[in-house]
Ligand binder design. Structure first.
Ligand code: F6R
Length: 603
């Protein structure tokens, strides 16, 4: 999704602005631009990558102490120089960057055209600078002009404005993320913290409709009516190095390798297996006594983690189900205060998930966010929040956050068991299994031989991932990751479903990756034999002790023996590595797969 950044200081903003834009690349983009303000505005923007922008900037060297930057992920109009942000009006007096969608842009554009404005782009954004210009012409000061224009915008947006001869940047948001960074030498603005994390770790998350006026020495905040408000900065506990590649070829590989640490952080201090107790910070025993059922809402990888958690809850006597957040509004279901709606979202900014949460809130349900990002919109809008503590994830393909979500949801399942489910105390073996996960993942990473497997099955037609029970969401996740970064055709199935249709597709050119968790493995072996008798090669991911599986398949990747409920998490690490190496062999842009964005802030 589009990334906004700004830097306001007294020295030249360009270099830090370009660094911030590079740091935002992971969000996904197809063009980029900057506007530098030093009395006059100088805009430089182009289709392509931030390196293309650097080259364009080299020849022009725009300079100034105030800078706006933008990475664009096309929604209205193709990736072209003209459609890249910042956008200016007819007279180049104002520069605007925007993330989100302005839903009423067509009517605004028609009105502006009738008043003589000429447009140079296809974007929804361009109406904003033209509207600002009109207000400035009518004698408004820039801040008043900004407020009036934002007031007529419909949709979801984060927007920032610089005006010639001014010395601040104006910014606001409605439904799209925006965070202010308070630095020593300068102040910053961005869609996400990694943009400016190397310059400051003191942040203020802007709330919807609040306006930030970012100056070189201070940042002023006002509410929707323009009344001053006090916002104290928080210090984020991410180190700048967390958002760097640290010698790895890709963020994805780095993040796969960070899973032992991430898992330790997710579980540490939250479990006491010997005492069969858990300590979930603000969610002590009894927190959910009034809850009768749990409904997860999530998208993509987080949806698979939610499916995994649903299974964990059902096994603990909790009535639980999972809904795709993007389908939530289409499947109205009875919700009231006895339903706990749990949004599982790494970023806490996914528009579909936020829409589902808001719908649940309107219906009177209790809401909980399980998220990675402190201060994200989801975290701020719910009744309760539980952090997965994975640290920043930059690769577009979610890896360590899936593992951290599952581990955190595992702890949560043990809390909900007491309050809503079978009333049993937390399961000692499961809690010990959670604590051993970091070591188990370490051993998978050390023994990794998926590169050879990826190589031996390159060039096949399709890749099917199958699993049952907890292995089913893992199969879905394995297929999602594989297709997302290799661009090969991959599908995930419940193992038992193959014979109800998909088997028709299986040929000698279909690789079947089978996930074995130690639970009902003999049934999954039947399904394996069904595909083998059609000539399909089978790769199994199975516990060390599953010797029968080892004998039955063409290739096997072992995972350490663990409680069955956790072996799915371990298998998924193997599938991440398999996807990574398959994509690397094909020379794909692993961290930034085509057409995808890290944080999907439009519905
Ligand atoms: C896939 C992936 C996406 C996200 C999905 C939800 O690798 O990363 O499917 O899982 O867009 O994102 P969050 O968790 O931020 O709500």
């Amino acid at each position: 999704m589009c990334g906004i950044t700004a830097r306001v200081g007294t020295d030249d903003a360009l270099e830090e602005l370009l660094t911030s834009l590079s740091n935002l690349e992971y969000r996904g983009y197809d063009s980029a631009g900057v506007a530098l303000l030093d009395g006059d505005l100088d805009v430089c923007k182009c289709e392509g990558e931030t390196d293309d922008l650097r080259a364009a900037v080299e020849s022009r060297r725009p300079s100034g102490p105030i800078g706006l930057g933008h990475t664009r992920w096309s929604t209205h109009g193709p990736p072209t120089d003209e459609n890249a942000h910042p956008h200016t009006g007819c007279s180049d007096r104002v520069a605007v960057v925007h993330n989100g969608i302005i839903e009423n842009y067509e009517s605004l554009r028609t009105e502006l055209r009738s008043r003589g404005h000429e447009f140079t782009s296809d974007t929804d954004t361009e109406v904003v600078p033209h509207l600002i210009e009109e207000r400035l012409d009518a004698g408004r000061d820039p801040e008043a002009a900004f407020r009036e224009v934002v007031d007529v915008l419909e949709g979801s947006y984060a927007v920032a404005l610089a005006v010639e001869d001014d010395d601040v940047v104006y910014a606001t948001r409605n439904g799209s993320p925006l965070v202010v960074g308070i630095g020593q030498e300068a102040n910053y603005l961005a869609s996400d913290i990694p943009a400016f994390l190397e310059f400051t770790d003191r942040v203020v998350y802007l709330e919807d409709d609040e306006v930030a006026v970012v100056g070189p020495d201070d940042v002023r905040f006002t509410d929707v009516d323009g009344r001053p408000i006090v916002r104290e900065p928080q210090t984020v506990d991410w180190a700048a190095g967390d958002a760097e590649k640290s010698g790895y070829n890709h963020y994805m590989l780095k993040e796969i390798n960070e899973q032992p640490v991430a898992l330790r952080q997710a579980v540490e201090g939250r479990t006491d297996p010997g005492a069969r107790e858990i300590d979930l910070e603000d969610l002590p025993p009894g927190t959910f006594d009034d809850v009768e059922r749990v409904l997860f809402v999530a998208c993509g990888t987080s949806y698979h983690a939610a499916m995994y958690a649903t299974s964990l809850l059902q096994r603990r006597g909790v009535a639980a189900s999972t809904s795709l957040a993007s389908e939530f509004a289409n499947e109205p279901m009875p919700l009231d205060e006895s339903t706990l709606v749990v949004a599982v979202t790494q970023s806490g900014e996914t528009a579909d998930t936020l829409a589902a949460l808001r719908e649940a809130d309107r219906a009177g349900a209790r809401t909980l966010a399980v998220t990675n990002v402190v201060g994200s919109t989801a975290a701020r809008e719910v009744d309760d929040v539980c952090y997965i503590r994975a640290g920043p994830e930059i690769g577009v393909a979610a890896t360590k956050t899936f593992s951290s979500q599952v581990a955190t949801l595992g702890v949560l399942a043990e809390r909900l068991r007491g309050d809503v489910g079978d009333g049993e105390p937390p399961d000692e073996a499961f809690l010990r299994g959670l604590e051993r996960l970091p070591d188990a993942v370490d051993s998978i990473l050390e023994a990794n031989r998926t590169e050879r497997i990826a190589d031996s099955y390159a060039g096949m037609d399709s890749y099917f991932f199958i699993g049952r029970g907890i292995g089913y969401p893992v199969a879905l996740e394995g297929a999602l990751k594989f297709k997302e970064i290799t661009y090969e055709h991959a599908e995930g199935f419940a193992a038992g479903e193959l014979k109800h249709g998909p088997l028709a597709l299986v040929t000698t050119e279909t690789v079947v990756v089978a996930v074995f968790t130690g639970e009902n493995d003999e049934k999954t072996l039947h399904n394996v034999r069904e595909v083998q008798s059609r000539g399909a090669p089978v790769v199994a991911v199975a516990p060390e002790s599953a010797t029968e599986v080892h004998r039955a398949v063409d290739d096997v990747v072992e995972i350490p023996d663990a409680p069955e409920e956790l072996s799915g998490l371990l298998s998924n690490v193997v599938l991440q590595l398999l996807s990574y190496h398959a994509a690397d062999l094909r020379d794909r842009p692993i961290d930034k797969p085509r057409n995808l964005a890290k944080s999907v802030t439009v519905e």
